[in-house]
Design a protein around this ligand. Structure first.
Ligand SMILES: Nc1nc2c(c(=O)[nH]1)N[C@H]1C(S)=C(S)[C@@H](COP(=O)(O)O)O[C@H]1N2
Ligand SMILES: [Mo]
Length: 258
C-alpha cells in the first residue's frame, strides 16, 4: 500500500468514526509499514497541538534570500538627534558600549567588536509594523540569551528593558526616549537576537545602528533600534508611563504578538 493510499484510508476512517478507525487500525497493525504511516499522521496532529499550546515558544517563519524585500522601509527615528549619538557615529561606534545591568551578577560593558566575536545567528524574517506595512529582511546578531548568560541573571529577574539612544519627544523627565521591554520567555527565544547586521552589511543608521533588537514573534515597535543599555528588572512599572515601552505608554499592547 502506498503512503498516499494509507493516508486516504486514515482520513476516511476519521470521517467514518470510531469503529471504522478501530478496524482500520487493526488492518494497519497487520500490515507493518502502513502502521508507520498512521503513526506519522498521529505525530503531525500532536505537533500541531503542541504548537498551539506552546504558542510563544514556536519559531517565526523564516524566508529565503529570494524573498528579501528590495526596499526595507525605515520607520520611527532614522537618525537619533543627540550630540552623544553624533560623536559615536563619527567614530564608527568604536566608543559605543552596550551596558548590561540591573538584576545581573556581572554587569557588562560590551564593545561592538566583542559582540561580533560571539557565535552569531542569521535569520530572514518578516517585519510587520502596526501601521500596516511589512518587509522581509536578513538579520545577523548575537542571541540575547547568550548575553544574559554572560551577565548571569539574579533571582527575581523577569523582564529585559531596552534603553535606546533616540528621543521622540523632548521632555524634562526623559519620557520621550524610546524604550522597550520583553519577558524572559521571549528573551531566551532562539530567534531573539541583538542584530548588528542587516541584509549582509553593517546595520544602517536608519535601521538602528549599531545594534537593535529582533524579537520575531512580535510587531515592529518591539524591535528597539539604537540600543545603548539593557536592564534586567523584576517590574517595569517604575519606568516612565509604567507600561513597558514608549508606544505602550501611549496605548499600544505590551505583548505585540503577530
Ligand atoms: N529606538 C527606536 N526603535 C524603534 C523605533 C523608533 O522610533 N526608535 N520605531 C519602531 C517601529 S514603530 C518600527 S516599525 C521599527 C522600524 O524599524 P526599521 O526602521 O528598521 O524599519 O522600529 C521600531 N523600533
Ligand atoms: Mo512600527
Amino acid at each position: 500500500m502506498t503512503l498516499d493510499n494509507s493516508r486516504r484510508r486514515f482520513l476516511r476512517s476519521l470521517a467514518l468514526g470510531g469503529s471504522a478507525l478501530a478496524l482500520a487500525s487493526c488492518d494497519r497493525l497487520a500490515q507493518g509499514g502502513s502502521f508507520d504511516a498512521l503513526l506519522r499522521e498521529t505525530e503531525k496532529l500532536t505537533l500541531r497541538a503542541q504548537r498551539a499550546l506552546q504558542g510563544r515558544h514556536a519559531l517565526a517563519k523564516e524566508y529565503t534570500e529570494a524573498d528579501l524585500s528590495p526596499v526595507f522601509r525605515a520607520n520611527g527615528t532614522q537618525m537619533p538627534d543627540s550630540d552623544e549619538y553624533a560623536s559615536l557615529l563619527e567614530n564608527h561606534f568604536a566608543d559605543w558600549r552596550l551596558k548590561v545591568d540591573g538584576l545581573v551578577q556581572h554587569p557588562q560593558s560590551i564593545s561592538l567588536d566583542e559582540l561580533k566575536r560571539f557565535a552569531s545567528r542569521t535569520q530572514i524574517t518578516r517585519h510587520d509594523c502596526v501601521e500596516g506595512w511589512s518587509a522581509i529582511g536578513k538579520w545577523q546578531g548575537v542571541p540575547l540569551g547568550r548575553i544574559l548568560d554572560v551577565a548571569g541573571l539574579k533571582p527575581g529577574a523577569r523582564y529585559v528593558v531596552f534603553h535606546c539612544a533616540d528621543e521622540l519627544e523632548q521632555t524634562l523627565d526623559g519620557s520621550g526616549r524610546y524604550y522597550e521591554s520583553i519577558d524572559l520567555v521571549d528573551a531566551y527565544h532562539p530567534q531573539t537576537i541583538l542584530a548588528y547586521g542587516m541584509n549582509g552589511k553593517d546595520l544602517p543608521v536608519a535601521h538602528g545602528a549599531p545594534l537593535r533588537l529582533r524579537v520575531e514573534r512580535q510587531l515592529g515597535y518591539k524591535q528597539a533600534k539604537y540600543l545603548m543599555r539593557i536592564e534586567v528588572v523584576d517590574s517595569f512599572a517604575a519606568f516612565f508611563g509604567g507600561k513597558g515601552g514608549y508606544w505602550e505608554d501611549r496605548g499600544y499592547e505590551w505583548y505585540g504578538g503577530i
